[in-house]
Ligand binder design. Structure first.
Ligand SMILES: Nc1ncnc2c1ncn2[C@@H]1O[C@H](COP(=O)(O)OP(=O)(O)OP(=O)(O)O)[C@@H](O)[C@H]1O
Ligand SMILES: [Mg+2]
Length: 159
C-alpha cells in the first residue's frame, strides 16, 4: 500500500490534486485541516483565524493512521511534508504561477497582508525546500499549467 502526501503553499491546488489522486489510486483521502479540527491536534488562534499545530503530535497521529491502514492513502495539507520520509512513498508539491495565485487568494477575500505572506511562501519555494530537506521523493505539479497526473504518477513509481 502506498502513502502519497500532497503539500504546497496556500491555494496552489492541493485539495483538487489530492482528490483526483485518491480517485485514480482508489485511495483513502485525508485532509489535514479537517483532521486537526476534529481531533484537537491544534490550538485555535482567533487573531489569525487559524490553528497552531504541534507538528510532532500531528505526525504521530498520521503515523498511527498509516500503520493501521489497509488502503492506499492520500494526505492533503501544507503540513504533510513534515512527515518523516519513511512514511511517504511520494511527495507531491503543488505550485502555481504567482499572478494566478494572487488572484486565487484575493478571490477568497484574504487581506492584502495575508495574500502577500502566502505569495512570499510560494515565491521563495519554502515548502519545496522543506520537502527536499526531508529527503522526500518529490514531484512538482504546476496547477496553473496543463498536467497529466496519471503520467506523472507512473513516471514517479516506475522509473
Ligand atoms: N488546475 C487548476 N486549474 C484552475 N484552477 C485551479 C486549479 N487547481 C486549483 N485551482 C483553483 O485554485 C483554488 C485553490 O485550490 P485548492 O482548494 O485545491 O487549493 P489548496 O492548495 O488545497 O488550498 P488550501 O491551502 O487553502 O487548502 C480553487 O478555488 C480552484 O478554483
Ligand atoms: Mg486545500
Amino acid at each position: 500500500m502506498k502513502t502519497i502526501i500532497v503539500s504546497g503553499s496556500v491555494g496552489t491546488g492541493k485539495t483538487i490534486i489530492a482528490k483526483k489522486l485518491a480517485k485514480i489510486l482508489k485511495a483513502d483521502y485525508i485532509n489535514i485541516t479537517e483532521l486537526v479540527k476534529k481531533n484537537k491536534i491544534g490550538k485555535y488562534n482567533r487573531k489569525y483565524n487559524s490553528y497552531e499545530v504541534n507538528i510532532k503530535k500531528l505526525n504521530n497521529f498520521l503515523i498511527k493512521i498509516i500503520k493501521k491502514s489497509r488502503e492506499n492513502l492520500v494526505i492533503d495539507g501544507h503540513l504533510s511534508h513534515y512527515l518523516p520520509k519513511k512514511y511517504a512513498d511520494l511527495c507531491i508539491i503543488c505550485k502555481c504561477n504567482i499572478k494566478k495565485l494572487k488572484k486565487r487568494l484575493e478571490n477568497r477575500g484574504y487581506s492584502s497582508k495575508k495574500v502577500r505572506e502566502n505569495l512570499d511562501v510560494e515565491i521563495f519555494d519554502v515548502i519545496l525546500e522543506e520537502a527536499k530537506d526531508r529527503k522526500h521523493k518529490i514531484i512538482v505539479v504546476d496547477t496553473s499549467k496543463n498536467y497529466n497526473l496519471k503520467r506523472l504518477l507512473s513516471k514517479a513509481f516506475f522509473s
